[in-house]
Design a protein around this ligand. Structure first.
Ligand code: MN
Length: 248
């Protein structure tokens, strides 16, 4: 079989701690190209830069940084760098989980979603923020990418993967899981800047994990890697049926 072409992107940017481990792992599978933001763009969601110029800086022949969002990077990498000749897009490995509703804010997931919109199979990888186990995560990412290349993904479906902290470089297993819930602090703090003006900070440190069986949150809480298939089509089918009874 021809060596696959893999595009690596992320939202932690050029200096993201999970980028190089993921590049190294993907090089075991195929030809690797890299397009990443030139600075951290975490929680950038799925923004596209449409109203100002995008600058691209070559790091090497197959590696560029972009002064844009993660979705910009996926789009530019696929359409311009690789002329759509790409077999898989991987995004990450993000510093910190993207579980449950995190995927709405996540730039890591958005880059994978953008790839899927363009018809390319894609996986988002995120891990525990402890930073001790990127090697284990990259190793597992390699196996998941290999299996994805072998089996393909249905149209409109991308994978969202989360790695817990590894124990002695190992996980307790890998679970297929649906999205769960974590509830963030609803705290908004008001502080005063050195010039006496108020500023605000959204959200505190506390996160409550809802450990429902079968969810990504529960899998990761019990030391297992979670793999969640995400669909681009967010239509709620049962509400669609309900709407047919509304007087619209
Ligand atoms: Mn990030």
């Amino acid at each position: 079989m021809k060596k696959p072409t893999i595009l690596v992107t992320n939202d932690d940017g050029f200096h993201g701690p999970g980028l190089r481990p993921l590049i190294k792992a993907m090089k075991r599978l195929g030809r690797v190209f890299v397009a990443v933001p030139d600075q951290e763009r975490s929680a950038d969601s799925h923004s596209l830069t449409l109203h100002k110029p995008i600058r691209v800086y070559p790091i090497s022949k197959d590696f560029i940084t972009v002064n844009g969002s993660p979705a910009d990077c996926a789009r530019f990498g696929i359409l311009w760098m690789l002329k759509s000749k790409v077999d898989l897009v991987v995004s990450g490995i993000n510093r910190g989980y993207n579980l449950g509703e995190d995927i709405i804010y996540s730039g890591t997931v958005a880059a994978a979603r953008e790839a899927r919109i363009l018809g390319v199979p894609a996986i988002a990888f995120s891990q525990s923020p402890d930073e001790t186990s990127y090697a284990a995560a990259a190793d597992c990412a390699c196996r998941l990418a290999k299996e994805t290349l072998r089996r393909g993904l249905p149209p409109g479906v991308a994978l969202n993967v989360n790695f817990p902290g590894a124990q002695d470089g190992k996980y307790r297993g890998v679970s297929a899981a649906r999205l769960g819930r974590r509830i963030y602090s609803s705290n908004i703090s008001r502080r005063s800047d050195p010039r006496g003006r108020n500023y605000y900070w959204l959200g505190g440190k506390d996160v409550k994990w809802i450990k429902a069986v079968g969810t990504d949150v529960n899998a990761v809480a019990s030391g297992r890697v979670s793999v969640t298939p995400l669909h681009l089509d967010q239509t709620d089918r049962s509400m669609l049926e309900t709407l047919s009874h509304w007087e619209l």
